[in-house]
Design a protein around this ligand. Structure first.
Ligand code: FAD
Ligand code: NAP
Length: 389
């Protein structure tokens, strides 16, 4: 099964593969890393880069060009009584394709924005929508968009006077999704691995699915292909092999650190490595447990500290483990360690930053201001790197 528009030029293309010319990578493996009883689904996906000419280094990300859920596309076409085989044009160049193809592979149909609703108001007499897009209701309009999608809008504000083409013209191009690469190319020639957490939630009474993560979790089989490109990340890289590294990567934040550790194993790096990992339950959510324990036995992973947040009465997070090891952590930093954080931007990365300041303040006997300046300086030296989303 090909998930997007066929790309017969894959093997023959003389143009390098890139964001605008993605490589159709064959799926070699796709497994759930979470065990029974987990509230999460995290997929470990292995893709072949054979004959792509693509290469990457630890810290880089892979861009994935997703396709929308065929069930959602089917519902849209059925409820709007649209003919999927009819022809529409998309984009600035006016590329022609079938409506079904446009809704599946080109248009973003899972998110709304103010502009879509404002323009859609021209295609309906629905008074509620006219009210919502009026200048004095800007805040309500923004609130309406959060957690709703195209299907909600079309259901709520009909009857519609628009053709399928007119609705398609309101939609923006679906952006590719980025994933931290979870493999070392040196350790896995011609392969790239990803760690993808399935995004599922309920909003306004409907179950919603993250476009790309749920495609990977529910519809991507071994042998299928996925359109991908490499997104280099100059600001998140391993230092020279003799330097120590501390890595903080709860949940899917573990991904680039698997790449880091694999690289250090295969290159016999002399520097020490210390990983802080956290997730909900040790029994079901210890991602890459056996691989990490093996790295520890082999001495590639010098220290491993885990924080399972829901195995005790009180929440235990990675920053609590950092604070527990405050003295040693500060010694590593004073010794020239490179400090890395990957994963949730909203809460975790901020709390880890705060814990770092606390540690520097306490162990360096500094005022808070000085501890903050110390951390800023680390950042300037490239010794505090973050890849958060
Ligand atoms: C540099 C970088 C590296 C990344 N690395 C990884 C990685 O290694 N692994 C990984 O799993 N992800 C990673 N991500 C995130 C990834 O790119 C996608 O954003 C993620 O997989 C969701 O994409 P999706 O298409 O499945 O969901 P989308 O269809 O894009 O849906 C996500 C959107 O749904 C909405 N939403 C989500 N939850 C709720 C809720 N509870 N209520 C209301 N609305 C909600 C939000 O608007 C959110 O932006 C990375 C991101 C970046 C930028
Ligand atoms: N921008 C996007 O499109 C996008 C898409 C997907 C994921 N994400 C983000 O990526 C993150 C990774 O998702 P994930 O499911 O792999 O892991 P996660 O939700 O980050 O959970 C991993 C562990 O971190 C814990 N945690 C929660 N709050 C924390 C905090 N403030 N400080 C430290 N640890 C904290 C969790 O505990 P509890 O669960 O017990 O609180 C859990 O044990 C998500 O949090 C999400 O915000 C963003």
């Amino acid at each position: 099964m090909q998930l997007t528009v066929d790309n017969p030029m894959n093997a023959k293309s003389d143009k390098p593969f890139s964001r605008t010319n993605p490589f159709q990578a064959k799926v070699l493996k796709n497994i759930n890393l979470n065990g029974p009883g987990s509230s999460k689904e995290t997929r470990h996906i292995e893709l072949s880069l054979k004959e792509s000419g693509l290469s990457y280094v630890p810290g880089d990300a892979l861009g994935v060009v997703p396709a929308n859920d065929p069930e959602l596309v089917g519902t849209l076409m059925k409820e709007m009584e649209w003919d999927g085989e009819s022809s529409v044009t998309v984009g600035k160049q006016g590329e022609a394709m079938t409506l079904k193809d446009a809704l599946t592979n080109y248009c973003e149909i899972t998110l709304l924005n103010k502009k879509i609703l404002q323009q859609a108001a021209a295609f309906t007499d629905n008074e509620e929508l006219q009210k919502l897009v009026s200048a004095e209701n800007a805040a309500q309009l923004k609130e309406y968009c959060d957690g709703r999608d195209l299907l909600d809008m079309l259901r709520e504000f009909g009857p519609w006077k628009a053709s399928a083409q007119e609705i398609v013209s309101l939609l923006r191009k679906m952006p590719p999704r980025l994933y931290s690469i979870a493999s070392s190319l040196t350790a896995n020639p011609d392969e790239v691995h990803l760690t993808i957490g399935a995004v599922r939630y309920t909003s306004y009474g409907r179950d919603r699915k993250g476009v790309c993560s749920v495609l990977c979790a529910e519809r991507l089989q071994e042998g299928d292909t996925l359109p991908v490109f490499v997104q280099p990340n100059k600001h998140f890289h391993l230092p020279e092999s003799d330097k120590d590294v501390i890595m903080v990567g709860p949940g899917t934040g573990i991904a680039p650190f698997i790449s880091f550790i694999q690289e250090r194993a295969v290159t016999n790096a002399a520097g020490r490595t210390w990983l802080f990992f956290g997730d909900q339950h040790a029994a079901s959510d210890f991602l890459y447990q056996s691989e990490l324990e093996k790295f520890q036995q082999d001495g590639v992973l010098t220290k491993l500290d885990t924080a399972f947040s829901r195995d005790s009465d009180q929440k235990v997070y990675v920053q609590h483990k950092m604070l527990e090891h405050s003295k040693e952590l500060y010694e590593w930093i004073e010794n020239g360690t490179y400090f890395y954080v990957c994963g949730d931007k909203e809460h975790m990365a901020k709390d880890v930053n705060e814990a770092l300041i606390t540690i520097i303040e306490k162990e360096g006997a500094m005022a808070r201001e000085d501890a903050e300046a110390y951390l800023k300086d680390l950042q300037k030296q490239g010794r505090y790197q973050r890849d958060v989303y």
